[in-house]
Structures are given as structure tokens and as C-alpha cells.
Design a protein around this ligand. Sequence first.
Ligand SMILES: Nc1nc2c(ncn2[C@@H]2O[C@H](COP(=O)(O)OP(=O)(O)OP(=O)(O)O)[C@@H](O)[C@H]2O)c(=O)[nH]1
Ligand SMILES: [Mg+2]
Length: 526
Amino acid sequence: MALTQVYEKTMRPLLDTIDTLRKIGVADEGIKLPTIVVIGDQSSGKSSVIERLSGVSLPRGKGIVTRVPLVMRIKSSESTEELDILIEYGSEKKNIMHEEVEEAVREATRILAGDEKGVCPKPINLSVCGPDLPDLTLVDLPGITRVPIKGQPQDIYQQVVNMIREQIKPEETVILNVISAEVDWATCESFNLSKEVDQEGSRTLAVVTKVDREPDGAYEKVLANDVNVGLGYVLNKLTEKQSALQRLPPSVVTEAEAMMEFLRITSERTRIMEGLMLRGDRHVEFYDDEEMLYPSKLNSLFEDLEETLRGATSKFFSEGFRNRVKTATVGFAVANFLSHSVFKQLLHEEVEKCKPVCFEVLEKVVEYTLRVSDEVIDICAASLPGLATTMKETAGQRLGASQQTAYKFIERELEKSQAIVCTFNHYYMDTVSSLTKGLDECKDLQCAHGHDARNWPTSYNGTVRCGHGHAIQLPASLEDAPEGFLKAPLVDNASQALQVMQISVYAYWKVIHKILIDIIPKELRF
Ligand SMILES: Nc1nc2c(ncn2[C@@H]2O[C@H](COP(=O)(O)OP(=O)(O)OP(=O)(O)O)[C@@H](O)[C@H]2O)c(=O)[nH]1
Ligand SMILES: [Mg+2]
């Protein structure tokens, strides 16, 4: 969008308002109306911007050109068809033609600031009257230069900075920070100066010049807004090359339009996210992307949870766990009785092992959801990448907050499982009964030749063998027996007592496991 268009849409309404206020005489009531002060580095294009805003040609070029403040008062006057221009500096005051302005300003500069390259705070006043002009005061200032060149005083930097400070101090001043797309904005002195008087950037506007030379870089700098320009940016001189800049929708100019666009983008995002997350829609953009089929991806994460939880806890019928139960019960009078405190301690250890597994799944779910959310935002806010960045940050923060809630929830559930060992779930007794029954049925198993069962398999495969290698059918009640359950030697009473205690821990653990794999996915989806 050319500057003139942006000007028409953004600045013009503002200027018209000031114009109207001036016309109804608010200035006479002591109310100050804004003056636009143009500041920036040397040769950043300040005079060129003023020229384009006012339509009056000014001296511009390489090296230091503007060396004294130029106060241009533009007034609308219906009484003249031609531009009526008056230049005043020192004791000089004369009417000039439009085409003489450039030379007259050069000459006035020479008179006020000398032939060399020095600067001077004495202003040149230029009044421009004409039909269809805004009622406006613009101030062009010398550019900031750090290193004095030949013919410049050593303190030129300080002199220019003083002039700028003085001009931008009044609160009714709008600061127009002119920055070249070619330089690093973070090092632009003029931003520091405008921040001194306008921390929030509420009366600072930036005009980016030379975008034609650095289109992509300018675009990224505007989006980053590292220099905090509150009122926003106007980009000067765009050419066809600046495809990235042209992606910014020209319709978003007023606050109302921006709000409409924002609402459109957020509701579109909600619609797609709900479709993906709740209904399992395949959004057209992700048609071939399995990763973006949210429910099935989540299911696989939750299935992993079930599997990993199983893997993380002890094998309750392994030799190792059997020995732990044995050691924990030694010294208790009743051999097959697992005291409540021992039972609790054994479970405590198992639940402890589950924590990292649950948290890891939580992290994976959040990470995946964020990735989906980011992709959806990229699609919905393709026309406003700056907004997309902010939306992603906000989504990340909200998801982070939900992650903390889920984290606390899981931690609390696990703590409850550790603190209270009690269940009303029939699943516990069902497991105990079926395993005990199976164990009983195994005791008298014999092959067709009357030999006792030996060589117990680690897991259920339908048969066990006698010492002579003959197959014996295992009872169906043991079909779901856990790994190692059959292999345990059942030769003596003490072993059988241990097996009974292992069954209790195992059955209780299965209840906890079932609860966890049910409530965690629910909490995470919620
Ligand atoms: N390519 C390109 N050149 C520009 C643009 N804006 C300004 N220029 C050129 O940059 C040079 C400096 O422009 P001026 O308007 O004199 O800059 P200034 O900030 O007023 O400079 P000083 O008054 O010396 O501080 C001139 O040669 C301009 O023609 C732009 O958008 N693109
Ligand atoms: Mg200039």
C-alpha cells in the first residue's frame, strides 16, 4: 500500500479531526492541538516523508541536508486557488512560489546555520495556505548523527538531540519516528529519545522508509515491534517486490475493522480446534496429515500410558517381588497375613513409579495440542502473522496453565492412592477369586498317566507338562493370569501363603491402574 493510501486511511481522519477542532477555535480556548514532529537518524528520509505528507518539495539528499528546524504550518484556505507560501527566518519574511520552496529553504539554512555542515536551533517557519489542505503543523528536524564529519562541530550529536528533546517534550506532540528499513532499529537513537517522553508509545508513530530496498527485513521488524511503537507503523514506498508486506490486509485500518478481523480469526480457530479435538474432523488443510487427526493421536498417547504404566510397575509374581513380600512379612506372627502398613508401603512404592510416567504423558499431550493449535492459528491468521504470533503465545500460556492444573490433579490422585488403601470396586475381589480358584485347581493337576504337573510356563499358554513331558490342560480361570503367576512353585504352605499375599497386592494394583488410565485421559482431554 503506498504511503498516500495509508495516509488517507489512517492519518487523514486524525488530521481532519484536528483540522475541525482548529476551525471551531479550540486553540483560542487555550487547548493545544497536536504538532507532528518528525525525528530520526540522518538521511533516514524525514524530509521525504514531510514532502509526501504536505505535497511541498523540500531539500533532501545524501549527507546532512536538514540543519535547522523547519516548522511547516499548513492551513486550508478557500480564498486562494494557488498555494500561498510564506517563508520566515531571522528577520527575513517573504512570499515565495511553490517551485521556489526547495531553494529558499536551502538558502535560509545557509544563512542560519552557515555554509558548512553545522546545525542551528533557530527555526525556518514555512506557512502554506491553499484549498483542500489539512490544518496541520509539521516540524522537520536535523537527523541524528553520532560521528561529526569535516566541517561539523564536535558536539553536533548533542546539539541535534537537544533540539529533538525540546520539540517532542510537549504532550500534545505526535512523534513521527522515521526509520530506514535498512538499519537495525534496536540501535536507533530516536526510539530512545521518544521513549524518554512517551514510554508507552501512545503518541509515537513510526514511518518505515526505504522498504523498497529491504522489503522482507522491514516486514519482520514491524512484526517484532521490539521498539514498541504504540500508534503503529506506516510503510513508505512499496513496490511489487514486497509481497510479504502486501499480505497485510488493507481492509484492517480502523479499530472496528481490526476488531472484526480479530473476532473472525478467533472464532475460525475455535471452530477448527473444536472440530479436531471433539469431533475428530479432518480439516481440509490437514487432509493427508495423520498427525492432525487429534482424537486418534490422543488415543495412541493414552494407549501408550496404559502400556508404560504396566511396564513401570513391578512384576508382582516375579522372584524379586516375591522376595520383597517375604522380607516385609518376616517377623509377623501370621504367615499368610499382609499387614495394612506393609500392604500400604508396597503400594506406595508402586504408585511412586507411576508419577514420572503420568507426567510424561501429560507433557506429550500438551506438546502435541500446542503443535496442533499453532498450525491452526497459522491457517486462520495467515493474513496477520503478527497477530498469529501473539495468539500462539496466548494459547501457549493458557495451555501451560491447564497443564499445571492437570499436573496437580494427577499428583493429588496418586497421593490419594498412596494415602488410602481401600476399595469398593468388585474388580478387586473378582481378580482375587479367579486367581485363587485357578491356584486351587492347579494343585491336583495330573497327566493321563497320573504324573503331577511340573515345568510350569511363565505365562498362560493353555498347558503345563508333567515330569515326563506329557501335556496337562490348565484351568480356564487362569487365562488372564499375570506373567510369572504359574511359574511360582506351589510346593509348600509358605509358598502358597506368599502367593496369596502377592495376589492381594496385584489385584489391588489392578484397581488403581484401571482408575488411573480412566481418569488421566479424561482430565487431559478436559
Ligand atoms: N529508495 C528510497 N530512498 C529514499 C526513501 N526515502 C528517502 N529516500 C532517499 O534517502 C535520501 C535521504 O532522504 P531525506 O528525506 O533527505 O532524509 P532526511 O532524514 O531528511 O535526511 P537529513 O535531513 O539529512 O537528516 C534521499 O536521497 C532520498 O531520496 C525511500 O523510501 N526509498
Ligand atoms: Mg531532512
